[in-house]
Design a protein around this ligand. Structure first.
Ligand code: NAD
Length: 259
């Protein structure tokens, strides 16, 4: 397991799902973790069982809110080594019906939030001689999002582009920037909208036979943030149970056509 002791890790969207699993995994590996989320109540409940965690109510779409959280983290822990950008939202509109406010809401959190958080942590990472940023993108950034609509797909493709560019620009400061593309991951983002039948249908087209769990994504984040990935930057890891290679086909349909 990666040793993260002496590391200070900031996780956005840390109250729930993938962000929460990342906060837990980094804390278990010895890190001091600042958990940022805009949902105060869920954040308090999620931070409580994580030893030494600092819960900071933050809106990643707001620059002053992020700057306050970064300041609070530096004051409490003395610096920042790792940022995991996990805060994310989706849209339910089609393109034809999409109110501009909804497009902006999704892009503001999923893409602008990643840029703002990156911008805010760079001076702290520079002060430590380097750092690692892990952006939770999505397989939607490489294909399309079934649940999140066009705004979500565009935001995640944007995160992958931003990851590559930031990796180049920040390499000179020894800050590595990588992304993870989770496939269908069983978190509240899914369970609050999908029926049990939909959840079962999705599972049937995942080649590895089960939904991705938030902990699967957290392990990849731990790897990308650790010294084991010292020469990885600008890349992305698909933690998707094989959905990208399967093209959405079920094994039943596939083998029905094979001799
Ligand atoms: N669940 C999936 O299938 C899946 C697949 C691929 C990628 N992702 C991505 O993983 C990330 C985490 O999603 P999840 O599935 O854990 O969802 P989730 O809804 O369980 O967690 C998202 C968290 O982000 C927080 N958040 C939303 N807007 C925020 C804002 N403006 N400022 C601060 N916090 C904010 C929410 O309060 C919530 O706690 C997202 O970026 C999502 O797009 C999820």
């Amino acid at each position: 397991m990666s040793d993260m002791s002496a590391k200070v890790v900031v996780v956005t969207g840390a109250a729930s799902g993938i962000g929460r699993a990342c906060a837990k995994a980094f804390a278990l590996a010895g890190a001091r973790v600042a958990m940022l989320d805009r949902d105060a109540e869920t954040l308090a409940a999620s931070a409580k069982p994580i030893e030494g965690a600092l819960g900071l109510v933050t809106d990643v779409a707001q620059q002053d809110s992020i700057e306050a959280a970064v300041r609070a983290t530096r004051e409490a822990f003395g610096g920042i080594d790792v940022l995991v950008n996990s805060a994310g939202v989706e849209s339910t509109y089609t393109i034809e019906r999409m109110p501009l406010q909804d497009w902006d809401r999704v892009l503001d959190v999923n893409l602008r939030g990643v840029m703002l958080c990156t911008q805010a942590v760079v001076p702290a990472m520079e002060g430590r001689g380097g750092g690692a940023i892990v952006n939770i993108a999505s397989v939607a950034g490489k294909r399309i999002s079934f649940h999140g609509g066009a705004a979500y797909t565009a935001s995640k493709a944007g995160v992958l582009g931003f990851t590559r560019h930031a990796a180049f620009e920040l390499g000179i400061k020894r800050i590595r920037v990588n992304a993870i593309c989770p496939g269908p991951t069983l978190t509240p983002m899914i369970t609050r909208n999908a029926t049990e039948a939909e959840i079962a249908r999705t599972e049937a087209i995942i080649p590895l036979g089960r939904w991705v769990m938030p902990e699967d994504v957290a392990q990849a984040a731990l790897f990308l943030a650790s010294d084991a990935a010292a020469m990885c930057t600008g890349t992305s890891i698909d933690v998707d149970g094989g959905v990208l290679v399967s093209n959405g086909s079920s094994y039943q349909d596939y083998f029905a056509r094979r001799k």
